[in-house]
Design a protein around this ligand. Structure first.
Ligand SMILES: CC(C)(COP(=O)(O)OP(=O)(O)OC[C@H]1O[C@@H](n2cnc3c(N)ncnc32)[C@H](O)[C@@H]1OP(=O)(O)O)[C@@H](O)C(=O)NCCC(=O)NCCS
Length: 172
């Protein structure tokens, strides 16, 4: 499913065509590129992004600006709790940040996945942009946001920082 809007993302940006659509296997490489260039995300193998697009495309979304890949969000519905949408990664190309694109991706995804009443994501304490994004998302949805420990640094076999679980609910 694809939708396009002829709109500036923020008042100060020129008019662009922003299109949101479900990513396909053909987009997996671009998702991997954007994750790599984000310089913040854990970059998974290119294979993982192809597989993700194949099997979890319906709970993921890609943004294009004027036909060029500009951002993505990938997530899944938790098998044990089908009302929970887990957001695994969200990224926006550096040239398009600060214009509301990540917000648009999260809104677009939640509105596309039926039956979801709760969002989860994990964030490391040093990722201020991500914390601000999800806090702002919760506020605009008039939902609560709760932070809990999930994966401590002792869980990771490498030098990965602890990942806290953020839960946003209720989603309407
Ligand atoms: C995090 C990220 C996706 C935000 O994308 P974006 O399109 O610039 O975000 P938006 O413009 O939609 O901003 C949404 C909200 O987050 C806030 N925000 C975004 N980046 C921020 C930053 N660097 N510092 C503080 N607040 C920030 C915005 O002010 C906005 O809040 P508001 O609604 O109260 O005004 C982007 O910075 C990115 O790709 N980072 C690298 C990957 C990453 O860390 N992903 C998140 C972990 S999965």
């Amino acid at each position: 499913m694809s939708s396009a809007l002829q709109t500036p993302l923020a008042p100060s940006t020129p008019r662009r065509t922003v299109a949101l659509r479900q990513p396909t296997v053909d987009d997996g490489g671009e998702l991997w590129r954007m994750a790599t260039e984000s310089q913040t995300l854990d970059v998974n193998t290119s294979y993982a992004y192809l597989l993700w697009c194949r099997d979890f495309g319906t709970t993921s979304l890609m943004a294009e600006i004027d036909g060029e890949p500009a951002g993505f969000v990938i997530g899944y519905v938790r098998p044990e709790n089908p009302e929970t949408l887990m957001i695994w990664q969200v990224a926006v190309d550096s040239s398009h940040r600060g214009q509301g694109l990540a917000r648009t991706l999260l809104d677009g995804l939640v509105d596309r996945v039926p039956g979801v009443t709760r969002m989860e994501t994990t964030i490391t304490d040093d990722n201020r942009a991500s914390i601000a994004l999800f806090t702002s998302f919760a506020k605009r949805r008039d939902a609560s946001i709760q932070r809990d420990d999930l994966f401590g640094d002792h869980h990771f076999p490498d030098n990965h920082d602890a990942e806290r679980l953020y839960t946003i609910a209720p989603l309407s």
